[in-house]
Design a protein around this ligand. Structure first.
Ligand SMILES: C[S@@+](CC[C@H](N)C(=O)[O-])C[C@H]1O[C@@H](n2cnc3c(N)ncnc32)[C@H](O)[C@@H]1O
Length: 247
C-alpha cells in the first residue's frame, strides 16, 4: 500500500517536471520568435537593418586621428545624410576615408556599389573582414581599395558619386586632392563632404585648428572646378554638409 503511494508520488513528480519543462521550452521558443520578428523589417526580410548598425569603436589610432563614439547616429543622423546623397540605388559611390565602414554598410544595404577607399590597410582589412559576414548580395555591393595620401586611386569617370565623411581634416593639400578626385567622378556626378563645424562641440572631433571651415571648403571646391556648391550648416548641430556637382 505504502509502496504503491510512493510509486504514484514519483510518477506525479515526474509528470510535474515534464509539465514545467514543456512550459519553459514553449516560453523560450516564443521569446526567440518574438525577438526574431522584432529585428525584421515589415516585410520580414531584413534582420540586419543598416540603421541599427553601429560599427565597433576604433578607440586610438595614434595622434589625434579619431575616436568613433557611442551614439554617433544621434548626432550624425545617417538616414538624413543618406537622403542628401540622392538616389544611390545601383550607383557607384566612392567613400573616401571609409574607416570602419559606418556609411559603407548603410549604402551597400541601399544597393549602392560602394568602393571603400582608405590609406590605412588596417581599415581596408577591417572592412574586408566584416564583409565576409554579410549576405552575398550585400557583399557584392562592397569593394575596397587601398589609396595613397594624395591619390584616391580612382579611374577617370569611374564613380557616380563621392562622399568624404569626418575625413577632410586629415587630407593634406585638400584643394589639389579635390581636383584629382573630380577626374574620377562622371560628368553630372556629385560629391558630398560632411565634417565638423568650427566651433566648440561636446563630441570627439579633431582639434579646432585642424578642422576645415565651410568657407575654405567652398573655396577649395570652386578652385578645383566643382559647380553648384551648396552648404547645409543647419540640419546637423555639430557638422556641416557640403555638396557640389561635376559638369
Ligand atoms: C575619422 S576616420 C572617418 C571614417 C569614416 N569616413 C567614418 O565616417 O566613419 C578618417 C579615415 O580617413 C582615412 N584617411 C586619412 N587620410 C586619408 C586620405 N588622404 N585618403 C583616404 N583616406 C584617408 C583614415 O585612415 C581613416 O580611416
Amino acid at each position: 500500500m505504502i509502496l504503491g503511494q510512493i510509486v504514484v508520488g514519483e510518477v506525479k513528480t515526474k509528470l510535474y517536471i515534464c509539465f514545467v519543462l514543456v512550459k519553459t521550452i514553449k516560453f523560450v521558443s516564443l521569446f526567440f520568435v518574438l525577438a526574431f520578428f522584432a529585428s525584421c523589417d515589415n516585410d520580414g526580410k531584413s534582420i540586419f537593418k543598416p540603421n541599427r548598425i553601429e560599427p565597433p569603436s576604433i578607440q586610438d589610432k595614434g595622434k589625434s586621428l579619431y575616436k568613433e563614439n557611442v551614439g554617433r547616429s544621434s548626432w550624425q543622423q545617417p538616414e538624413l545624410v543618406m537622403n542628401k546623397m540622392g538616389d544611390i540605388d545601383g550607383k557607384v559611390i566612392a567613400d573616401i576615408g571609409a574607416g570602419t565602414g559606418f556609411f559603407v554598410l548603410r549604402m551597400a544595404y541601399k544597393n549602392a556599389k560602394v568602393i571603400a577607399i582608405d590609406i590605412d590597410p588596417v581599415m581596408v582589412n577591417y572592412i574586408e573582414a566584416f564583409k565576409e559576414n554579410l549576405p552575398a548580395e550585400i557583399q557584392s555591393n562592397i569593394s575596397t581599395r587601398l589609396a595613397e595620401e594624395n591619390d584616391p586611386k580612382l579611374k577617370d569617370g569611374e564613380v557616380d558619386k563621392v562622399i568624404i565623411i569626418n575625413t577632410v581634416s586629415y587630407i593634406n593639400k585638400l584643394q589639389d586632392y579635390l581636383a584629382i578626385l573630380k577626374k574620377g567622378i562622371k560628368s553630372e556626378g556629385f560629391i558630398m563632404i560632411l565634417d565638423y563645424k568650427s566651433k566648440i562641440i561636446d563630441i570627439p572631433a579633431p582639434p579646432l585648428d585642424d578642422r576645415v571651415s565651410i568657407g575654405k571648403l567652398q573655396m577649395y571646391l570652386a578652385n578645383a572646378g566643382y559647380k553648384n556648391i551648396i552648404v547645409d550648416d543647419t540640419s546637423l548641430e555639430y557638422q556641416y554638409i557640403v555638396t557640389a556637382e561635376v559638369e
